[in-house]
Ligand binder design. Structure first.
Ligand SMILES: C[S@@+](CC[C@H](N)C(=O)[O-])C[C@H]1O[C@@H](n2cnc3c(N)ncnc32)[C@H](O)[C@@H]1O
Length: 284
């Protein structure tokens, strides 16, 4: 597959919607503890796990930035023998340790820390990945520069992998259309995050890019349609707006959109992703 340069990333349909590209970062989204855990319990991401495992394979020193509950950290450690992760949320770091001991899934090193200031010397890793994290960082530019700093440009297998929402992400689109206006927030554009990351990575010497899609979805196996709508409205609002003063309004406003969605896709809401892989050097 030919590699893309950063200009091709900027206009690539997988980084869309291109006609809604914002001028600047909207600022971090806060992730509540319970909202995220309820979300994860319904998330089926088999294909995404396989993709990240394969895309990081061969790495000797692998870093997962913002490992969360560690689902991908563990999968990568199981595949490649070890994986290091940095995660700001204390509870999640603790959970990672427990899960590792229980499952014996390769060696995991978990450090408290933030993407903006990674606690490692320059060029400590040959593979760095960060999935569904960019919307949550305080400083997008610094975070991406840090990922480039700790990735060893001189290693022939060096790569940085990022995942954000694809333009047809059903979950993000419903939240953007219904809840963002109630919260008075701008459209949450994941393509912008990946385009910005590509521009920064290119400046740092990672100029060979590849893009692909990945499929995952939240599952709602409840038989009753009304139960499914209740569950989906709660999970979606708590994921992006846990504790928001207008969360109840959002749950009500979501009902028609979610009902319409379940008429087309009765038991799942898609969480489609765009995968960006950056490698050192100029595009071929
Ligand atoms: C949606 S979760 C994704 C978790 C994991 N990467 C995955 O794909 O399962 C976002 C994660 O980013 C973490 N996070 C938030 N701000 C961060 C920051 N500044 N640096 C690193 N991670 C951060 C959160 O604590 C959370 O675990």
């Amino acid at each position: 597959m030919p590699h893309l340069d950063e200009n091709a990333i900027r206009t690539h349909p997988l980084c869309g919607p291109l006609d809604r590209m914002p001028a600047e970062y909207r600022g971090p989204r806060r992730l509540g503890r319970d909202g995220w855990l309820n979300f994860v319990q319904r998330l089926g991401r088999g294909e995404e796990i396989d993709l990240v495992r394969a895309a990081t394979a061969g790495g000797r020193r692998i870093l997962d930035v913002g490992g969360g509950t560690g689902e991908l950290t563990r999968a990568v450690a199981a595949e490649s023998g070890r994986c290091t992760t940095v995660e700001p949320h204390r509870d999640r770091v603790a959970t990672l340790h427990l899960a590792t001991e229980a499952e014996g899934a390769g060696v995991i090193e978990a450090f408290p820390g933030r993407a903006e200031s990674l606690p490692f010397p320059d060029a400590s890793f040959d593979v760095v990945f960060s999935t569904w994290v960019l919307p949550f960082v305080d400083d997008l530019q610094r975070s991406v520069r840090e990922m480039a700093r700790v990735c060893d440009l001189s290693d022939p297998g060096a790569r940085i992998l990022l995942i954000g929402g694809a333009p047809d992400n059903e979950l993000i689109n419903i939240l953007n259309e219904v809840c963002a206006p109630i919260a008075g927030e701008p459209y949450d554009h994941h393509g912008f995050l990946l385009v910005t990351a590509a521009e920064i990575l290119a400046e740092e010497g990672f100029r060979r890019f590849a893009l692909q899609r990945t499929e995952s979805a939240l599952h709602f196996p409840e038989i009753s349609l009304e139960e499914r709508i209740d569950a989906a409205c709660t999970v979606l609002v708590d994921f992006w707006y846990e504790g928001h003063p207008r969360a109840a309004d959002m749950r009500s406003a979501l009902r028609p959109a979610v009902r319409g969605h379940f008429e087309r896709r009765p038991h799942a809401i898609g969480d489609q992703g765009t995968v960006l892989v950056a490698r050192p050097g100029a595009p071929s």
